[in-house]
Design a protein around this ligand. Structure first.
Ligand code: GRF
Length: 201
């Protein structure tokens, strides 16, 4: 059984897509146990609450130091017996202690075809601006494992979109987001079914 924690900072449209897939039964043997956001006003927390799921605002700012924040985050994950952490628009860097505690059990979605267009500063519109500026004809989305480096862990699943000559960063972002909403639930389905193995190199 996958016991999922979703971490996000914003509107939560990927989380919404995951919830739809869970409701439809297309991700077997999986449930969302807790949703955590660093941002008290995040749409993702609202969405969790409206589905009757535990929604927790947890931010570094609530703690005197990073160590205590990390301890609280780990305690929350452990209290919910989480065995898969799903980052869905989480804008904070996960501390290496958390990455170590959930090694190969943290996944993220990135709005480009990694390993290109990833790394520090490559988020939101910056990604799509860079893709267009580079003249790439293809972009897409990537689900990958999270390690200590930004956008660096093993690539689990990708899907492409065509970049057209009249694309703006906003239009490309919209098209990639549509793909993300298919790709993330599909990746979780394959993880749940054991078709994507998280532990192999
Ligand atoms: C997505 O574009 C995702 O690729 C990136 O953050 C965005 C989150 O959007 N990591 P949403 O909150 O899921 O709507």
């Amino acid at each position: 059984m996958l016991r999922i924690a979703v971490l996000g900072s914003g509107r939560g449209s990927n989380f919404a897509a995951i919830l739809r897939a869970l409701d439809e039964g297309s991700i077997p043997e999986a449930q969302v146990c807790v949703v955590i956001s660093n941002n008290s006003g995040a749409g993702i927390l609202e969405l969790a609450r409206s589905h009757g799921l535990p929604a927790v605002h947890l931010s570094q700012k609530q703690f005197p130091d990073e160590q205590q924040f990390v301890a609280a985050l780990l305690a929350l994950l452990q209290a919910h017996h989480v065995n898969l952490v799903v980052l869905a628009g989480y804008m904070k860097h996960l501390h290496r202690t958390v990455v170590g505690a959930y090694r190969n059990r943290i996944v993220n979605i990135h709005p480009a075809l990694l390993p290109k267009f990833g790394g520090p500063g490559m988020y939101g519109h910056h990604v799509h601006e860079a893709v267009i500026a580079s003249g790439q004809r293809i972009s897409g989305a990537t689900v990958h494992l999270v390690d200590e480096e930004y956008d660096h862990g093993k690539i689990l699943l990708q899907r492409t979109v065509t970049v057209s000559s009249d694309d703006t960063p906003a239009s490309l972002a919209d098209r990639v987001l549509q793909i993300e909403h298919q790709l993330y639930p599909e990746a979780l389905r394959q993880i749940a079914e054991g078709r994507i193995t998280l532990d192999t190199p």
